[in-house]
Write a protein that binds this ligand. Structure first.
Ligand SMILES: [Zn+2]
Length: 352
């Protein structure tokens, strides 16, 4: 049962997993049913007891839809609240207000799923509200090295975001390498680093009691994959690891809440894209030609956008497969240019 907090009536769509899996012993697993909340932008739904999801506005096809940053999830523990993704400062303020409608408890932690602005730049707002910022080690380092330059650049832009002009960058307070767990007996969140996916510092928030996975941009529901900082081969492995978790509900970084099948769709996109690009390279095609020849109708059915329109993703994989990408330095640069001086400093810094 999903409780819609902000507006409208409770609406549900029951989705049955169509896949029936037979193992060696010919035992058949019953398809698992999962209820998905029908939601509008900025709606808040209680997707599991004490777990709230706020759906941020975004569209890959409709330019009139304003970009509302990342989705947010918050988990109400006995004495405090944990927020997943900091969003931008303005949206962080909106989320904070939405949280107050669900609980009087203070926000103790905010978790950056990765260092990108729409997931981490709101840290400043959460810190002022008394929260500590958690992030994976690489996320913390990427934010520290890239954040200041990118923030200043945004502040100097004539049409830059006002919330960036009015605020200052806040870095990660507590970082972890592999796993960080919060558990008070009522709620449990496992923050897990599964490998380099959308960025080198992606981590997911897994709520085993509710079989719920918050993926950040390691998995999105729609045509929202930015691959510029990604390692596509590793990303596929990260999805495979995520699929091994006992999950019923996926709360993506962008797009609507979905069943576990979303992880498979996300993995399929990179797997097929890599195969198509490799085929194109073997046929001596340029990345533009490979992109324009993409079919992948299932992708359009899923996202509403044709795979051939995501030329940047094809280009990134093309560069990976032709040895032009140094994954150890990815993300340590402003997009889409070369390495920043800070990045060279990082390359020289021993990793822990
Ligand atoms: Zn991102």
């Amino acid at each position: 049962m999903f409780k819609k907090i902000v507006t409208g009536s409770i609406a549900m769509i029951a989705v049955a997993f169509a896949v029936v899996i037979a193992d060696d012993k010919q035992q058949v697993k019953e398809p698992e049913k999962v209820e998905l909340p029908a939601m509008k932008f900025d709606d808040v739904n209680e997707v599991a007891p004490g777990v709230f999801f706020r759906y941020s506005s975004i569209s890959a096809t409709d330019k009139t839809v304003p970009f509302g940053g990342s989705n947010n999830i918050w988990v109400v523990f006995k004495e405090y609240v944990v927020v997943i993704d900091a969003n931008f400062p303005k949206e962080a303020g909106d989320v904070l207000e939405a949280i107050k409608k669900t609980t009087k408890l203070p926000v103790k932690y905010v978790f950056d799923t990765h260092h990108h602005g729409d997931h981490a730049w709101g840290n400043t707002v959460w810190a002022k509200a008394g929260a500590k910022v958690i992030g994976q080690t690489n996320c913390a380092r990427l934010l520290k090295l890239n954040g200041p330059d990118e923030w200043t650049k945004e502040q100097k832009k004539a049409d830059g975001r006002k919330d960036i002009k009015d605020n200052e960058l806040k870095l990660v307070d507590e970082s972890f390498d592999e796993k960080f767990v919060l558990d008070d007996g009522t709620q449990r969140i496992e923050f897990l680093f599964l490998g380099h996916a959308h960025t080198a510092g992606d981590a997911v928030a897994y709520l085993p009691k509710h079989k719920l996975l918050c993926t950040g941009d390691a998995c999105v529901n729609g045509s929202f994959n930015f691959m510029g900082h990604s390692n596509s081969a590793s990303w596929i492995k990260v999805m495979e690891k995520a699929e091994k978790l006992d999950v019923k509900l996926v709360c993506p970084g962008h797009g609507k809440v979905a069943g576990k099948d979303l992880l498979g769709l996300q993995r399929r996109y990179f797997t097929e894209l890599r195969a198509e690009v490799q085929k194109g390279i073997d046929d001596k095609k340029k990345h533009e030609e490979i992109a324009s020849g993409l079919e992948m109708n299932w992708y359009k059915e899923w996202t509403g956008k044709a795979a051939k329109e995501n030329g940047d993703n094809v280009k990134h994989i093309y560069e990976e497969l032709t040895g032009k990408v140094d994954h150890s330095k990815l993300g340590f640069r402003t997009m889409p240019g070369g390495l920043t001086p800070a990045a060279s400093a990082l390359a020289a810094e021993p990793s822990r």
